[in-house]
Design a protein around this ligand. Structure first.
Ligand code: PMP
Length: 415
């Protein structure tokens, strides 16, 4: 038994949390599932599942257009959820645009605000550890309009090279696209500072909060982001729904993203005028069950106490990191101080994919590969990593199973 160099477990009742998440209670390959792929998507707690079922059992109708009772109920539920989701990150409901997720939210900004405001000779700044969803849309925009994409490197530990970031900013910068928390390494970037630097240079800032929403406090106003984007499914909510949080004056000025029902003011044969934001950006029948499910997920998280949740996750990550490192023959990839949720590593002498497959045989679900961050992997000179990502329902016992499974994989692959 390895000695733990970290503090004893907190009093947070993770077992009670686990009990309310049905998918955790199953066997995989004859072993109890240990689910450590939360960076890809989280499992859903019973209150979120129940909320979606209740929507379909009692409230389902198309929203906004109906005079009948169910349509009004569905509309009320959707708009109450908009308030709730906005409040979770500290913005008004009118600044919440529902999207399919982070990816669509970034694409929305790139193809509306971006097409209107970025010209030949302008510059866009992104970071080397960006998820492809917050990299490729800017690369494509730059290519389309003749702008320059500047990519800020990260240091060996995964933290952003602040001097390089400062040097990349100039009066030519139109927008910086930052990640709040790196999905590949777990680095928490000092986004409020970085946004302030972008503003000083006269640029706007978009922050990708896909990995932040469930793991660090998010206050969009305090961060100062002009655009903040996130996905529900990484924060215990349903797939296919997320949000763009954007300054009201920007939404007002931006052209629509898609055209159709629900986003118009008046349509004549000659011309069309558009609804006010956020409707202007929500063409077509919305994903209402996703929207109410997203609000239920954030309610659930708040009900657990965000501070207690984050402290618990910190404890489990620190414990898992120390125990894994103590095995020897392990390279931790990404060790920035204050990192959250993510334990990315390599087993010396073994390919990440082989390690992942052997972990799966032992019931441990992790992700292997480049984590949609190929420029980062190339920059760090690694083929990819094995990535375990922890959530509120993971425990030190899960970390013990992971470490034992890695030790077994190591013995089989490296000898
Ligand atoms: N950004 C980050 C940091 C992510 O981790 C992810 C999902 N892996 C995305 C963006 C894309 O999110 P989605 O697939 O939900 O649109």
């Amino acid at each position: 038994m390895l000695a733990s160099p970290v503090s004893p477990p907190s009093t947070f009742d993770a077992e009670a949390v686990r009990a309310s998440v049905p998918a955790l209670h199953q066997s995989v390959n004859g072993r109890p599932l240990v689910y450590l792929d939360n960076g890809a998507t989280t499992q859903k707690p019973r209150p979120v599942i129940d909320r979606i079922v209740r929507y379909y059992e009692r409230e389902n109708a198309n929203v906004h257009r109906g005079v009948h009772r169910l349509s009004q109920d569905a509309t009320d539920a959707m708009e109450a959820a908009r308030e709730r989701v906005g409040a979770f990150v500290g913005v008004d409901a009118r600044e919440v645009v529902f999207t399919r997720g982070t990816t669509e939210a970034v694409n929305l900004v790139a193809s509306t605000w971006g097409r209107e405001n970025v010209r030949s000779g302008d510059e866009l700044v992104v970071t080397m550890d960006a998820h492809h969803a917050n990299f490729v849309p800017w690369q494509m925009l730059a290519e389309a309009v003749g702008a320059r994409l500047r990519v800020v490197p990260v240091r060996e530990d995964g933290s952003l090279d602040r001097d390089a970031y400062a040097a990349a900013l100039s009066s030519k910068t139109r927008l910086v696209a930052l990640g709040h928390v790196s999905n590949a390494l777990g680095t928490v970037h000092p986004v409020a500072d970085l946004v302030a630097m972008a503003h000083d240079a006269g640029a706007l800032a978009l922050v990708d909060g896909a990995q932040a929403l469930a793991h660090v406090p998010v206050d969009v106003r305090a961060i100062g982001a002009d655009f903040y984007v996130a996905s529900a499914h990484k924060a215990y909510g349903p797939m296919g729904i997320g949000a763009l949080f954007a300054r009201a004056d920007l939404l007002e000025a931006m052209p629509p993203y898609q055209f159709g029902g629900d986003m118009i003011d008046e349509v004549t044969v000659e011309r069309t005028t558009f609804a006010a934001p956020p409707s202007k950006f929500e063409a077509g029948t919305p994903h209402v069950e996703g929207i109410v499910g997203m609000a239920a997920a954030l309610d659930w998280l708040d009900g657990l106490g965000r501070d207690a949740v984050f402290a618990h996750e910190h404890d489990v990550l620190a414990y898992a990191t120390a125990r894994l490192d103590a095995l020897g023959g392990i390279r931790l990839v990404g060790t920035a101080p204050g990192k959250v949720s993510v334990l990315s590593f390599l087993v010396d002498g073994a390919h990440p994919y082989d390690v992942g497959a052997l972990l799966d045989q032992q019931g441990v679900a992790v992700r292997t590969g480049n984590h949609c961050a190929q420029p980062l992997m190339t920059h760090l000179g690694v083929p990819g990593t094995v990535r375990a990502t922890f959530a509120v329902y993971n425990t030190r016992a899960d970390a013990d199973v992971l470490v034992a499974a890695v030790a077994k994989a190591q013995a089989m692959l490296v000898g």
